[in-house]
Design a protein. Structure first.
Length: 142
């Protein structure tokens, strides 16, 4: 793990009606390609996590993030690389998301999220979303 590069990623949870979350399919040529993910992207050197989150949602989904709150940080080692996911709940935004870079996106029921459809680092995010008592956090993001 110490020898593999760490990729720092800003991840956003965009929730609709307190029951669905936005997911996007990873490009086939990317690491873990073809799997679903929670939108976001790499943080540039010197860039703040919140700024990266806003930039990525604008570039990839056409969404303007107005407010987001940090939820959790997840470190995962894939062997060839390690990731540090800074996960935020988007509580206010403008515009409906669309696959601005041609990627497939969809609203998925939180109860239907399956860890096997996502990169392994996302399993903890799914656990948080599906945990009992999470509904207050979800409805805050409507």
């Amino acid at each position: 793990m110490a020898d593999s590069p760490v990729v720092h990623v800003a991840v956003g949870l965009l929730v609709r009606d307190g029951k669905q979350v936005l997911i996007a399919r990873r490009r086939p040529d990317s690491h873990q390609g073809g799997l679903w993910e929670f939108p976001g992207g790499k943080i540039e050197p010197g860039e703040a996590v919140y700024s990266a989150l806003c930039r990525e949602f604008s570039e990839e989904l056409g969404v303007i993030v107005r407010r987001a709150l940090p939820l959790t940080r997840i470190h995962h080692d894939y062997g060839d690389k390690s990731v540090l996911l800074d996960v935020w709940t988007i509580t206010e935004h403008e515009r409906e998301p669309y696959g601005k870079e041609g990627q497939e996106i969809r609203w998925q029921a939180v109860t239907a999220l399956a860890a096997g459809d996502f990169p392994a680092a996302n399993a903890d995010i799914i656990r948080v979303l599906q945990a009992p008592g999470t509904s207050g956090f979800l409805s805050a993001a409507d």
